[in-house]
Write a new protein. Structure first.
Lengths: 112, 113
């Protein structure tokens, strides 16, 4: 079963605009990771934020984590057409094992 | 370093058959996890292997099984295929700690007719 819900389910913006995606989850976690998937291909790892971190940056990506609200957001600044993809959050529960529980995903369309 | 590789990339089978999928992790990674992705259920965890031992298993029937070899390569097997097994099967490799990133392969697209 999926733990996370992502919001919105779909997002359509113009190049140059910012895109924000939100993820909510249900249990306590060790870390939260964001992935991108292009057209049913493999998942590309974007960023990992640990449970004791509140914000993390990587290039045009900014991720926040609020463990009290069990939520995270991914901000992509200055979007490009190449950013068009589905974005998933995945939580790694504090079990000591590797098991990612994925959200439902956000489909992002960036138009030129 | 080479990325995670999966073979075959595409597979067509008929109901009742069995199938074996292969995954080669990133060099040095000892953990391999398998996930199933379908339009209806999304991404679901199947199982994880670390140093040839299954450490964790998702909620899938016993028709789904796997193994890991001493070189960390992993295979997953699905027996008595059903139409609902049609999916993208993804494997991910990592160093094995719960705080490590998982890196995914391109997936194997399985179609069951």
């Amino acid at each position: 079963s999926q733990q996370g819900e992502e919001d919105p389910q779909a997002l359509s913006i113009q190049e140059g605009e910012n895109a924000t995606m939100n993820c909510s989850y249900k249990t306590s976690i060790n870390n939260l990771q964001w992935y991108r998937q292009n057209s049913g291909r493999g998942l590309v790892h974007l960023i990992l934020i640990r449970s004791n971190e509140r914000e993390k940056h990587s290039g045009r990506l900014r991720v926040t984590l609020d463990t009290s609200k069990k939520s995270s957001s991914l901000l992509i600044t200055a979007s490009r057409a190449a950013d068009t993809a589905s974005y998933f959050c995945a939580t790694d529960e504090d079990t000591g094992f590797q098991k990612l529980v994925f959200g439902t995903g956000t489909r992002l369309l960036v138009s030129p | 370093k080479a990325g995670v590789t999966q073979t075959p990339r595409y597979l067509i089978k008929t109901r009742g058959q069995q199938v074996t999928l292969s995954c080669s992790p990133i060099s040095g990674h000892r953990s391999v996890s398998w996930y199933q992705q379908t339009p209806g259920q999304g991404l679901q965890f199947l199982f994880e292997y670390f140093s040839e031992t299954q450490r964790n298993k998702g909620n899938f029937p016993g028709r789904f099984s796997g193994r890991q070899f001493s070189n960390s390569r992993s295979e997953m097997n699905v027996s008595t295929l059903e139409l609902g097994d049609s999916a993208l099967y993804l494997c991910a490799s990592s160093q094995g700690r719960s705080y490590n990133e998982q890196f995914f392969g391109p997936g194997t697209r399985l179609t069951v007719l």
